[in-house]
Design a protein around this ligand. Sequence first.
Ligand SMILES: Nc1ncnc2c1ncn2[C@@H]1O[C@H](COP(=O)(O)OP(=O)(O)OP(=O)(O)O)[C@@H](O)[C@H]1O
Ligand SMILES: [Mg+2]
Length: 230
Amino acid sequence: MTPLLEARAISKTFAVGDGELTVLHEINLKVQAGEMLAIVGASGSGKSTLLKILGTLDTPSGGELLFNGESFSRKNDRELARFRNSALGFIFQFHHLMPEFSALENVMMPALIAGRNKAGIEPAARELLARVELDHRRDHRVAELSGGEQQRTALARALIMQPALLLADEPTGNLDSRAGNLVFDLLHGMCRERSLATVMVTHNMDLARRMDHCCTLKDGVLLAGREEKD
Ligand SMILES: Nc1ncnc2c1ncn2[C@@H]1O[C@H](COP(=O)(O)OP(=O)(O)OP(=O)(O)O)[C@@H](O)[C@H]1O
Ligand SMILES: [Mg+2]
């Protein structure tokens, strides 16, 4: 079966001062439709760098990225932006919502950017906010929401365009365990309901264990399985 997402020998080298720093060494990775993959690894091991490349937010120094078997190497910035908007959902450690807009407006934003009309998209946005248990906070400005509520809003926003792949970089990293578990339970349940593929970077081994697969990034190489911490 053609993978939804495939990374072939992805490398990333940064220029640092007079020298260079290679963070990723020929990473190979396949994500099938509906599959949930966790990536763990020490701080600085390159997890965010890899996730950004998988999300076409950064370009690799070498290797190739394919989505449904189609290569990205020849796509221009505009095509990539359109692809990200329609096929990918993102959640980061810090929510990147617009604080002065309401939760509902934030959830609708990717659809408005894609040119959909507000009346058409609002019912789906309301439904998503209800699903993340925020119908009572719909009209609050994001700046007035708690950290957990902000991440649940970010989750609803990530799903409004019905993406095929959700990329999450430590979505619970900034929350206490109770709020973090609720965000993860919702993320997990909603991805399963929608057969949505997910790549999630996390430091939380309990959450990594609940995904279908787990890989560890170490010394720029992706290893199958978890490195047990003692
Ligand atoms: N734009 C850049 N220029 C130079 N070096 C960079 C750049 N971005 C990241 N790095 C370096 O690459 C390495 C990996 O960074 P990255 O943010 O991917 O790590 P991480 O695994 O996500 O860490 P954390 O768990 O702390 O979030 C780090 O050593 C970092 O300093
Ligand atoms: Mg990171």
